[in-house]
Ligand binder design. Structure first.
Ligand SMILES: Nc1ncnc2c1ncn2[C@@H]1O[C@H](COP(=O)(O)OP(=O)(O)O)[C@@H](O)[C@H]1O
Ligand SMILES: [Mg+2]
Length: 241
């Protein structure tokens, strides 16, 4: 993917969640966002998802500008898959129905097409035995893997993942991280915000340190972790690694 974000700003009241954030990547499948809580990662992801509108600045994905008017945003949201920290699934629907719903309701598939696509996704993630289960009967890790399967079922242009493991205990984190690693191996395009540094290093083609609503550093994971340039990055890594 190619992603160009320029001078993106978004304030909530007097607080600038994004303060002229810019970044540009090209020829990369995965961008990983790290940085202190409150730095602006989720706000950036929500804007990329078309769920939030910036006060100023521009976004272009694969050279296509993202236009922040409602009809365009509606189109954009259909092309993007989103997985949040938790509560991604509809609690009253089975795993299978969670995946088929967007396919029939938003993407115009027939019921039987949607079921075929959903079962294929469940098989791909070795979750077919869970097809009839409601989210409450699944582990947290299984729920997040179903959420990822659902996001992929609509063949999104890119996947946005906002701390998908931070609500999970460590035993369940691993299975979700393996699922994300699989996406990387498949050459899927995704932007991931995470606090899992060793995982970030493993799956990132590019890694960005987001702090105070800006990108303090953007590079490949080797240099990012081994020879960080920005004092902001150094301070952050000293705390978390
Ligand atoms: N909807 C909102 N209303 C008010 N403040 C918000 C909202 N969303 C984010 N913020 C604030 O914007 C800042 C950036 O938040 P966020 O993008 O969630 O950072 P991160 O994901 O890096 O932790 C934080 O100070 C947060 O409290
Ligand atoms: Mg966040």
């Amino acid at each position: 993917m190619k992603l160009e974000v320029t001078h993106l700003s978004r304030a909530f009241g007097s607080h600038k969640a994004l303060d002229g954030l810019s970044l540009a990547i090209e020829n990369a499948h995965s961008l990983v966002l790290v940085g202190p809580s409150g730095g602006g990662k989720s706000t950036l992801l929500r804007i990329l998802a078309g769920l939030e509108t910036p006060d100023s600045g521009t976004v272009a994905i694969n050279d296509v500008p993202l236009l922040f008017d409602e009809p365009q945003l509606l189109q954009h949201r259909r092309r993007i898959g989103v997985v949040f920290q938790a509560f991604n699934l509809f609690p009253h629907l089975s795993a299978l129905e969670n995946i088929t719903l967007p396919l029939t309701a938003v993407h115009g598939h027939t019921r039987s097409e949607a079921q075929d696509i959903a079962m294929e996704q469940l098989r791909r993630f070795q979750l077919e035995a869970k097809a009839a289960q409601k989210p409450a009967a699944l582990s947290g890790g299984q729920r997040q893997r179903i959420a990822i399967a659902r996001a992929l079922a609509v063949q999104p242009q890119m996947l946005l993942l906002d701390e998908p493991t931070s609500a999970l205990d460590p035993s369940m984190t691993a299975e979700v991280l393996e699922t994300i690693a699989l996406l990387r191996d498949q050459g899927r395009d995704f932007v991931l915000a995470t606090h899992e540094m060793s995982f970030a290093r493993r799956v990132a083609d590019r890694i960005a340190l987001v702090s105070n609503g800006r990108v303090a550093e953007l590079s490949e994971p080797g240099p990012f972790f081994d020879t960080p340039i920005s004092p902001v990055t150094r301070e952050f890594l000293a705390k978390v690694v």
